[in-house]
Design a protein. Sequence first.
Length: 550
Amino acid sequence: MKHPQNTYIALFLLLALLFTGCTRGKQMRQRLQFIAACNRADTVFTARWKPTVDSLADYFRNHGTANERMMVYYLQGRVLHDIGEAPQALDAYQRATEQADTTSDDCDLRTLAAVYGQMADLFHAQYLPDDEMKALQTAERIAWKNKDTLNALIAFDLRSRPYYLKDEQDSVMFIEKQARERYLKYGYREKAAQAIYSTISILLDRQQIQEAGLYLNLYEKESGNFDENGELIFGGHYYYSKGRYLLAIGKVDSAQYYFQKALSKNQKEAGYKGLLSVYEKKNITDSIAKYAKLFAAANDSSYLHVNQEKLHQITAMYDYSRHQRVAEQEARKAQIRKYAIISILFSALIIIAAGFAKYRREQKKKITEIDRLTADYQSAKINSQCLSEDLSMLSGMKEVSEKLLQERQTQIDDLNIIIQKYEEQLQQLKTDEKFKALKQCDIVGFYHQKKQHTLNYSAPSSQDWKKLKAAFIRYVPLFVNTIDGKNRLSEQEQRVCLLESLGFSTGEMSVVLDTTSQVITNAKASANQKLFSENKASTLGKNLKKHLLV
């Protein structure tokens, strides 16, 4: 080696590059974690954050994991969203969703659901209810998949917003009622009260004053949006709804007080409109004229602002998305062509070098092979005559061997069939023994007592059903796995299957479940259809024994 120092320099530079790359990757991940923590702390991002998230996006575009790329585009969208660049924010959110690998077990589903939630907020601000609804449905589905109950419920609750934009009041009220019931089911009492706010306004519009009053009282007591003095912690539109209610029941002065409170919370349009209705009720001409003008000015200002902002955002989004996509596609094509040319040239060099080396090796092998074949030919010529004589003898032996092998295989097949039948009978005996042991359990005896109708009859409690199910799990777990599986049996259908397998008649089941025989028959038919694709009640017991208890 003429210049060993050149080799040392090259190795040093290689190690330096590797070290620098590792250090840069660590720094970028630390920055990403820091901004993610700021986002979780509800930081309001300003324009000074943009260069940082842009540099992170540039780095992680070609580095890191799918979760890291999704997170960096999500954070980029959050920064752009906060600084008012809605079209670019939506583009960043869409890029974030493209990075998610939902088939992977370690996919960051929480962040993915948050991305769709932010997209829904943007669509709502831009008066795009159909797009908002799709984003919320996707966010809810991902949250349920991630077992994030609260965020799944919130996504469902927010479905009322696109219906509100489309002025579909019945749908708004239906969603808010469903959301309230779901919040209560999972113990979120404050969220349940907050979910009904738009319903209050709709009830007032429809002059359903008494029901609106009940909802207002519920909202005040349970929403958690009021301090110890009964004052709103944030917002102010509630004061307008409260004033409308008081005005409707004849408490004009109290209504006027709440409309003025709405004004103090900068709810000008609502406040002026409420005060106008008060002075119309009092028939004070000067005040009517005054607040009519103020309400009209506030209404015009709000309408002008909303429509100008909407037009500006939609136009900006169209122009930005179109030019951005075209530029990215051209850049991507150019990069692909560049890498393709380099790859082709490099591959060609490798193929030429490998081909030449292979040619040299093959030439050497051919010379050696010719020498070996010449020697083998002479030896083979001598032995060929001996081999031809032995061939006829071996042919006869082959026929005998094949016949013996065939007979042996037939015997083995027969033996395997006998063994299989024995194992099936043994398994059936084991199952029968377990099922017999199940029927002797105290909890099964308890249910046999329940089927005897008495004057002071009380239906089994949920704990009784859990005990019965636990006994089945202990002795015949396959049965419980099947009725709990993907067939989606209702609770009553599951209970009917448990009793049917224990030999209860339809009449006895109706006593235990405290219902009619027709209801039991319908439940048996439904369960039979879901489990065995037979839409009748009479064969459920036979199918359960045949398919589940063996």
